[in-house]
Design a protein. Structure first.
Length: 155
């Protein structure tokens, strides 16, 4: 079942990460989804996604729509896709989003240009809770043994 599956980038990132601008991005559930920092307010983040087929949505962490919507994906979605390309590579992101002709798509702008979709309002709760879980794992002290929640990886 693809809906809950998450694809983790393999090996080294394709480029230098911009964690301050895009602290969380993942390929999950047939879409690129993540959290993008606000450039103007340190307490605001944007929760964004773009699905295979091109449907997209972006809103703040308190469920207010992004002001940049209208006429296609906003700058937060572009930043998120660019970060996914850095982490996973353009070919992998394009393939994950179901773009048949992934050849020649070497950056986020080209990938977004190959998708056609509409705004699809969706609650940011699931993506934001995945981000908070990710932060929790980042704060754990490294120690020998397994983390209980991740013990199934070892088996």
């Amino acid at each position: 079942m693809l809906e809950r599956a998450s694809v983790v980038g393999g090996g080294m990132p394709a480029g230098r990460r911009t964690v301050k601008a895009v602290p969380f991005v993942e390929l999950a559930g047939g879409r690129v989804q993540g959290v993008v920092s606000s450039g103007s307010d340190v307490e605001r983040v944007y929760v964004s996604f773009i699905a295979s087929g091109g449907d997209y949505y972006c809103c703040t962490n308190n469920n207010r729509p992004c002001g940049g919507l209208g006429g296609g994906p906003c700058k937060h979605i572009r930043e998120m896709v660019d970060e996914a390309v850095v982490q996973c590579g353009a070919a992998r992101v394009a393939e994950y989003l179901g773009i048949a002709e992934a050849q020649g798509l070497d950056d986020g702008r080209a990938i977004l240009g190959a998708l056609r979709g509409d705004e699809r309002k969706e609650s940011p709760g699931e993506v934001f809770s995945r981000f908070l879980g990710y932060l929790r794992y980042c704060e754990l002290q490294a120690r020998p043994g397994t983390v209980l929640e991740m013990g199934w990886f070892a088996s």
